[in-house]
Ligand binder design. Structure first.
Ligand SMILES: Cc1ncc(COP(=O)(O)O)c(C=O)c1O
Length: 405
């Protein structure tokens, strides 16, 4: 037998694709690990670190998935997703945006909104294309843009603008390589929402510079403003052809563990997305898609109930935070995040977050995890129980008073 002693030693670091150097592990995970460690030692923790609802998935959705499993819906689904769900996604998009959508040809069922972003960027971004992403933001846009060979270009947003993208700032960052503009409204980590007027200005810029818009609307129905849903750029005349909507079930229906989301785009862009899907995940689990159909077509009272409860927690949290000396907080109109300004405490957001968790069992995420424009802020997710929110703000007041001393 041939000996391979003379061959070079295998070095895992050299085996890894260079593009991974642009992509860090998630800073949010670090907090999760620390929380686990503390709880393992018997410490009580206020869970403001988790960007997902604490509710159970509504029963009628679970029953529809279980029934599909029982009747043997266990084989491959169409690459696009089961027709009843695609139709329901089309109808939901029409309700939310006012634009008629042929779900069977314009929707793709995804394994979470995150897969929707990955597959869309794989389908639409060429190596070296620039992708405009808000800063601070949920870091997946930036990392996924890098993973597909694109170049993320961050656009800083400001507290005084409610962390909405400033169209002028967006236009200043556009070059001949800019291909895509990512909008997250309502946003993570800030809960900030793009107004209709700002979306109109962004739409003009997208048309002028011939950009594709990736509009992440996963929090659109967790919305505390006028009407049932946050405004969408998809509704603006001429934008449906150049917009890919990213949406999903994780937040609205408390289904994050199901891993279900969708894209809606023109038929042409949907076919490009489909091509990538055929060679990646092929399709989403068949029986859970029947649960998702029940989510969209069934009684929407469950959504109203959960959003109502988020609204109650938001009020408790805002009132509590505003009573804390040295801390200021904007009133975000969507999602389940608050992004208080902690600059007056004279420490980095990571230092404050570490102190709160280690000394007081309050789990928050440092704003810097979401980009340099997030420095000086903390992300607090009020996706834990109402009781925990009330207890948390009282604890935070004491913790920050002690920190100041
Ligand atoms: C803005 C935003 N988009 C997408 C996602 C991912 O959603 P999904 O669970 O559907 O992949 C998240 C999750 O935190 C998010 O905050």
């Amino acid at each position: 037998m041939e000996s391979n002693d003379a061959f070079p030693a295998f070095k895992p670091a050299e085996a890894m694709a260079a593009r991974l150097q642009q992509v860090p592990f998630s800073g949010i995970r670090k907090v999760f690990d620390m929380v686990k460690e503390l709880e393992g030692k018997g410490r009580e923790v206020i869970h403001w670190q988790i960007g997902r609802p604490d509710f159970d998935t509504p029963a009628h959705i679970k029953e529809a998935a279980a029934a599909a499993l029982q009747r043997g819906e266990v084989h491959y689904a169409p690459n696009l997703g089961i027709p009843s769900l695609r139709k329901a996604i089309g109808e939901r998009t029409r309700i939310d945006t006012g634009i008629g959508v042929d779900g069977e040809n314009q929707a793709v069922v995804m394994a979470g909104a995150n897969e929707g972003i990955l597959v869309s960027m794989m389908a639409l971004i060429n190596p070296g294309d620039e992708v405009l992403v808000p800063n601070p933001n949920w870091h997946h846009y930036k990392s996924i843009a890098s993973l597909v060979g694109g170049v993320p270009v961050e656009v800083a947003t400001r507290e005084e603008d409610g962390f909405a993208l400033d169209p002028e700032e967006v236009e200043r960052r556009i070059t001949s390589r800019t291909r895509m503009l990512c909008i997250t409204s309502p946003g993570n980590p800030t809960g900030g929402v793009q107004s209709k007027e700002s979306l109109e200005a962004l739409a003009r810029i997208a048309k002028k510079h011939n950009l594709v818009v990736l509009s992440d609307e996963i929090y659109a129905r967790i919305w505390y403003g006028q009407g049932p849903v946050a405004p969408s750029i998809y509704s603006i005349p001429g934008m449906a052809e150049r917009t890919v909507i990213i949406n999903g079930f994780s937040k609205t229906y408390a289904m994050d563990g199901w891993r279900l989301g969708w894209t809606v785009a023109s038929e042409e862009l949907t076919r490009a997305i489909l091509k990538v899907r055929q060679y990646t995940t092929v399709c989403v689990n068949t029986f859970i898609q029947h649960g998702a159909t029940a989510a969209l077509t069934g009684d929407q009272a469950c959504v109203a109930r959960m959003v109502g409860e988020f609204g109650e927690r938001r009020r408790i949290m805002l009132d509590g935070l505003r009573a804390i000396p040295g801390l200021t907080v904007a009133e975000p109109m969507g999602a389940f995040y608050l992004f208080p300004n902690i600059r007056s405490f004279g420490k980095t957001s990571a230092e404050v977050a570490d102190y709160l968790l280690a000394e007081h069992g309050i789990a928050a995420v440092a704003g810097s995890v979401f980009g340099d424009a997030g420095e000086g802020f903390l992300r607090l997710a009020y996706s834990c129980s109402t009781k925990e929110c009330a207890k948390g703000v009282a604890k935070l007041k004491l913790a920050l008073a002690a920190f100041k001393k």
